[in-house]
Design a protein around this ligand. Structure first.
Ligand code: PBG
Length: 333
């Protein structure tokens, strides 16, 4: 028989794990609906709520659904929505991205009308609007950085004019934050914040999104502009440059395979840090949950907690509504 008295001193870490109350009291990381941004796909047409097959629980909605969506978010305490647009038609120049009556511009007005206090964030990119599906202007088979900047800035300006509260460039062109900041300032929008997708990796985790947003590149891939997954020091350079160019919030994307990048970014800079829990991350949880292979709700909360623990203060997630509902309903004592 083991004689405990001969073991010497050891710590009783389990003391503080004995009840739900104790565990809550000593939790180092907390989740709140205020941390969440809800991404939403807005499509042309009316009265549309079309389920997205690879993202169970998510829908493409038409502009007229803004009131219902805004009500949901307000009731759940989610402060912000991130809008993506599915235009009626696409062209080489992605002109739907910066049209005054474009789908996102109309959605911004509808959301602000429905709830002026909702923070309306817009994704600034060309890929949903260009016939080739790339995030900028294609010249000789390559995405031309400098020629893309003006269109991206025009897009951000059109979102600002529609009433957006934050613009969020996701294209990964160099200098886009400076271009957007300059254009906004010149047009009287000096107070409008920019949330930059600063460390956005060329990731296979965007698969379901590209189906949902119909934004897959028609030739090649995005590796010539989005970041290469092996790199983390480069992510810090991207983040520093975006801040120098005028970004108010920086982002790491995707989240789960890049928790180390989030943690390093948190140590390196003091601006608010967002992480995007992307479509593929969401789809995997849903798929395994549907099969009964995992406890979906627990995996969801564990995942979101991990993103916060790594250092993100803002989590962009398709789970936002479901997680907020759980946080509201669970008050264990
Ligand atoms: C547009 C954009 C993408 C995502 C956000 N903005 C797709 C891409 O870069 O291909 C992905 C979001 C997700 O997967 O949930 N450039």
């Amino acid at each position: 028989m083991l004689d405990i008295d001969t073991l010497g001193e050891f710590a009783r870490h389990r003391r503080l794990r004995r009840s739900e109350g104790l565990r809550r009291l000593v939790a180092e990381t907390r989740l709140s609906p205020s941390d969440f941004v809800y991404p939403l796909f807005v499509t042309h047409g009316s009265n549309i709520r079309e389920p997205i097959a690879s993202m169970p629980g998510q829908f493409r909605v038409s502009v007229d659904q803004a009131g219902r969506e805004a009500d949901d978010l307000r009731a759940l305490g989610i402060p912000a929505v991130l809008l993506f647009g599915l235009p009626e038609s696409k062209d080489e120049a992605g002109s739907g991205a910066y049209a005054d009556d474009g789908v996102v511009q109309r959605a911004v007005r509808a959301f602000k009308r429905a709830d002026p206090r909702l923070v309306v964030v817009t994704d600034v990119c060309m890929c949903e609007y260009t016939s080739h599906g790339h995030c900028g202007v294609v010249v000789d088979g390559e995405v031309d950085n400098d020629r893309s900047l003006e269109l991206l800035a025009d897009t951000a300006l059109s979102h600002a004019q529609a009433g957006a509260d934050i613009v969020a460039p996701s294209d990964m062109m160099d200098g886009r934050v400076a271009a957007i900041r300059g254009t906004l300032d010149d047009a009287g929008f000096a107070s409008l914040p920019i949330m930059a997708y600063s460390a956005k990796y060329a990731s296979a985790f965007y698969g379901p999104f590209r189906e949902a947003a119909d934004s897959a590149p028609q030739f090649g891939d995005r590796r010539g502009y989005q970041m290469d997954p092996p790199n983390v020091r480069e992510a810090l350079l991207e983040i520093e440059d975006d801040i120098a160019e005028g970004a108010d919030i920086v982002m790491v994307k995707p989240a789960l395979a890049y928790l180390d990048v989030i943690a390093r970014a948190r140590q390196a800079v003091d601006v608010p840090l967002a992480a995007y829990n992307v479509s593929g991350e969401y789809a995997m949880v849903k798929a395994a949950g549907e099969r009964g292979w995992i406890d979906e709700q627990r995996v969801m909360m564990e995942t979101l907690t991990a993103i916060r623990r790594a250092g993100a203060s803002i989590i962009i997630t398709y789970h936002a509504k479901e997680a907020a509902r759980l946080l509201r309903d669970e008050a264990p004592r």
